[in-house]
Write a protein that binds this ligand. Structure first.
Ligand code: HEC
Ligand code: HEC
Length: 284
């Protein structure tokens, strides 16, 4: 009798230990394809490469943070801009890996491509330890990106109408120059001013360059910024129409050619974004 009670007790303890153990391992790991990243190794890399901006506690308050705009990400809240998962959800390990690999244009966040894939995977495992959300929640499965319809003139025109109808222009401006009526008033989730993207500036997008990346931004939003998710406001076809339209703002060959000769002068006029890029990349 006594013996079986002890045994029952032991097995409960064992089960609890195992559960705790597996939870800890998951929270300390990242999975990028078939590669597993380890937080213990990531910690050393973090202290060498990331701590100056993101801080020892991962709260974005590193010693360089006061001079940086936009501010380094606070990892504690678990809120990330570039995700394949719905708005409000945690990003996947791959999402974080891609962000760290790509870096963020128009910001001080560099590309970490020079590090090995294993090092980047280890870093992601460590970054995740800063937020308890990664222990408590699982990132939902990524948004499916349906195959892209043809980018013909009709699609572009429908996209133009939607850009006006969905009020993209209120932030991004009627012609996508980032100068809409609310542009000056926008704040991020930490209360810092954040300019809407200027489609005509010719700079890269933060969350990737492909049409699929743009589709994803529209359907998942850039969490922590005023850029909302349109997952419930746009059908997939409408989202593709908008992607096709904003591509024409970026690189309209008819407008681009004559501009190429007088590049310097034109660049000077659209100073805010171009100037900030140069300043920040030098700053780092
Ligand atoms: C010179 C400063 C600086 C350094 C060094 C730096 N970061 Fe960043 N990081 C930033 C800034 C600034 C942002 C926010 C950019 C933005 O919001 O546009 C950011 C954003 C991020 C994000 C958020 C991605 C998202 O989708 O929201 C991750 C993850 C990240 N950094 C990881 C790292 C890792 C890992 C390292 C070290 C290998 C590192 N950073 C080093 C400045 C830095
Ligand atoms: C309430 C203001 C607001 C509205 C409305 C809005 N945006 Fe944005 N958008 C932003 C801000 C702010 C950013 C820049 C965020 C950053 O730099 O982190 C942005 C960034 C973007 C980006 C760049 C993504 C990247 O990877 O860099 C695209 C594309 C975009 N918006 C498209 C749209 C479209 C299309 C609509 C309408 C369907 C729209 N936005 C509506 C505020 C807005």
């Amino acid at each position: 009798m006594k013996y079986s009670r002890v045994r029952a007790y032991m097995s409960v303890v064992l089960a609890l230990l195992l559960a705790a153990g597996s939870e800890v391992t998951c929270a300390q790991e990242s999975h990028i394809g078939s590669r597993t990243g380890e937080a213990s190794r990531g910690k050393q890399l973090y202290q060498r490469y990331c701590v100056g901006c993101h801080g020892p506690l991962g709260d974005g308050r590193g010693e360089n943070a006061p001079w940086i705009d936009p501010k380094p990400r606070n990892f504690v809240t678990g809120t990330f801009k570039c995700r394949s998962t719905p708005t409000g959800a945690l990003p996947s390990d791959e999402d974080l890996y891609k962000s760290v690999t790509r870096g963020f244009v128009n910001s001080n966040m560099p590309s970490w491509l020079p590090l090995t894939e294993q090092q980047r995977a280890d870093l992601i495992a460590y970054v995740k330890t800063f937020s308890s959300r990664f222990r408590e929640e699982k990132p939902p499965s990524p948004l499916q990106v349906p195959s892209e319809p043809e980018a013909n003139q009709q699609s572009i025109q429908r996209g133009n109408k939607l850009f006006q109808k969905m009020n993209c222009w209120s932030c991004h401006g009627k012609e996508g120059r980032g100068d809409g009526p609310s542009a000056q008033t926008l704040l991020d989730n930490r209360g810092y001013p954040i300019p809407p993207y200027d489609f005509t500036a010719g700079t890269r997008f933060k969350c990737g360059e492909s049409d699929q990346d743009l589709y994803r931004v529209l359907m998942t939003g850039l969490d922590g910024t005023p850029m909302p998710s349109y997952a419930s406001g746009l059908t997939p076809d409408q989202a593709w129409d908008i992607v096709h339209y904003i591509r024409t703002l970026l690189a309209n060959p008819k407008h681009e050619r004559p501009r190429a000769e007088g590049e310097q002068r034109d660049k000077g006029e659209s100073k805010p974004v171009g100037g900030a890029t140069e300043a920040s990349s030098n700053g780092f």
